[in-house]
Design a binder for this molecule. Sequence first.
Ligand code: PEP
Length: 253
Amino acid sequence: MRTPMIAGNWKMNTTVEEAVALVKDMQKELEDISNVEKLVCPPFISLKAVSELLAKSSIKVGAQNMHYEDKGAFTGEVSPLMIKDICHYVIIGHSERRQYFNDDFYINNKVKAANKYGINPILCIGEKLEENQSGLTMDVIERQLEQALAGVEHIGNLVIAYEPIWAIGTGKSASAEQANDTIGAIRQKLGSLYNNKIASTLRILYGGSANAENIAELAGQSEIDGALVGGASLKPEQYISMVKQTSAVYNKK
Ligand code: PEP
């Protein structure tokens, strides 16, 4: 069985002190839960402090983005070389980065750079509202997968986050059945790009207004392997509850 993941994307929130305090709150409650992978993705500035705090913890640390070059004249950017020793994961292609920072062009290089440095990529894909309403969801997603994974030979450590853009930060989650169907179709596409065996082992998360109210239903679906969580991951009681509920769902699977 695939180990579910509850990943918190803190976006541009928390000072270093706030990040450390937030993690401490979560750690007390979550350290001993072993059937769910717990991941926090604070802003770059907090990664070192949080990773030191979690050095011996079962909670893992991820970055929200990175450049694909090792170093160079890229003012304001952070390279894989700089984060590889403090991050287990890196989020790549979040829709906010695609929208505000033209990340569409760099995603394939970023996936390759993550693989090169042994940082597990969490690749975000998802359609806009108008694409969803025009029945283009799978066209968009297949294109995003093909672009992101072009020339990528090894996907064993890849995590996909299916995040319909219309559900992110809107309070309007996709229904669990809807998300499950799309994630099943994503798995099939990965099977055709690689092979069904590897596709069946990859974790595919749902993201978009996931919270303590809907996580049990989402986690109970056959294809959904947890969630990438924005807003709710900044509220310790919500994040803790989401991990605990997912753990309970998987204990019964
Ligand atoms: C996200 O930022 O990846 C996300 C899913 O945000 P939210 O949970 O707030 O919709």
